[in-house]
Design a protein around this ligand. Structure first.
Ligand code: SF4
Ligand code: SF4
Length: 90
């Protein structure tokens, strides 16, 4: 099960460089950075290694099946972020 970033994310980028498959976005130099309210994990690329969890200072990262009930919809929010990027500009 992929990991998911939920509401507590403060976008401090602590998790970005620890990810071995570079599936956490956006980075500050990405086009989509200005519009992002938090960071997101691409569920199609995440290898569920869990390395990002320990570096997050606000406990924002969960394996999708362990998401607290109030943040269950963040699995879809994370997936949708990358889906929209793939579609490109309207
Ligand atoms: S669980 Fe591993 S692969 Fe998935 S986002 Fe975190 S560091 Fe990257
Ligand atoms: S480490 Fe946690 S708070 Fe920081 S960007 Fe990643 S998910 Fe967000």
């Amino acid at each position: 099960m992929p990991y998911v970033i939920a509401a507590p994310c403060i976008a401090d980028f602590a998790c970005v460089d620890i990810c071995p498959v570079n599936c956490i976005a956006p980075r500050p130099n990405d086009d989509s950075f200005d519009d992002a309210e938090q960071l997101y994990i691409d569920p199609d690329v995440c290898i569920s290694c869990g390395a990002c969890v320990d570096v997050c200072p606000v406990l924002a990262i969960y394996e999708s099946r362990d998401l607290p009930e109030k943040w269950r919809h963040y699995a879809e929010i994370n997936r949708d972020y990358f889906w929209v990027l793939e579609q490109g500009p309207a």
